[in-house]
Design a protein around this ligand. Structure first.
Ligand code: ADP
Ligand code: MG
Length: 214
């Protein structure tokens, strides 16, 4: 794709998202957003590679928020992150993007927080979960997290998660989700392991990379 700038207004986003992007002064999409959002909104699986700070969170975040049915208090989207700090940053950005949507519930599930508190929050329902592999597996083993209505799954910082040895955990988590779903894989780099895990968890994924010009 060329570097012609693309406005968010060209995307088929619901007005609470368009209006909010306007108030956040997000007018032009970053290259990774322009490259991936049309494909994500079309429901396809994507491997996206773009460097840190390029706006990957809003790329998958707008995809998630477009797919959520707020009337259904079930977990419909899951974002898996390598660390608690990154999961919290993703949740903050999702809440910022969702500001004008009514009653979107976003919950973080990471280690370092008492699991009982999380179980209590889960009982009140959530649409979107952002978590780290270990704690997500704990909840799945305790049957306190139900992924049976999951429709959109995101691996954020996939390269880091592979480096940290989370591949088996991630595959175990995904086994509990419906096979019929959209899966997005975001990464700053593209080591061999990315294609390998993509083959396990995605279907006909489109590889979209932002070229780095030095
Ligand atoms: P990455 O995940 O690729 O490292 P982030 O999603 O954290 O990058 O985004 C980096 C910064 O860019 C954030 O502060 C975010 O709010 C800002 N940002 C993202 N998209 C846009 C946009 N289209 N216009 C202006 N700022 C943006
Ligand atoms: Mg990021």
């Amino acid at each position: 794709m060329s570097t012609v700038s693309m406005a968010f207004s060209q995307l088929p986003l619901i007005s609470p998202l368009q209006d909010n992007l306007h108030s956040l002064e997000y007018t032009t999409m970053t290259p990774v957003q322009a490259l991936t959002l049309p494909v994500i909104l079309a429901g396809k699986d994507v491997i996206a590679k773009a460097k840190t700070g390029s706006g990957k969170t809003a790329a998958f975040g707008l995809g998630i928020l477009s797919a959520i049915k707020v009337d259904n208090y079930a977990v419909q989207s899951l974002v898996i992150c390598p660390t608690r700090e990154l999961a919290e940053q993703v949740a903050i950005e999702l809440r910022r993007l969702a500001r004008l949507m009514n009653n979107v519930k976003i919950l973080t599930l990471c280690g370092g927080t008492p699991i009982a508190h999380q179980i209590n929050s889960l009982e009140h329902g959530a649409h979107i979960i952002v978590g780290t592999p270990g704690r997500l597996l704990d909840h799945l083993q305790k049957n306190t997290l139900d992924l049976s209505e999951l429709r959109l799954l995101v691996l954020d910082e996939a390269d880091r998660m592979l480096d940290m040895g989370f591949e088996d955990d991630i595959v175990s988590i995904i086994k509990q989700a419906p096979a019929q779903r959209q899966t997005l894989l975001f990464s700053a780099t593209y080591p061999d392991g990315i294609q390998k895990i993509s083959n396990k968890i995605q279907q006909q994924a489109e590889f979209l990379a932002v070229d780095e010009v030095n």
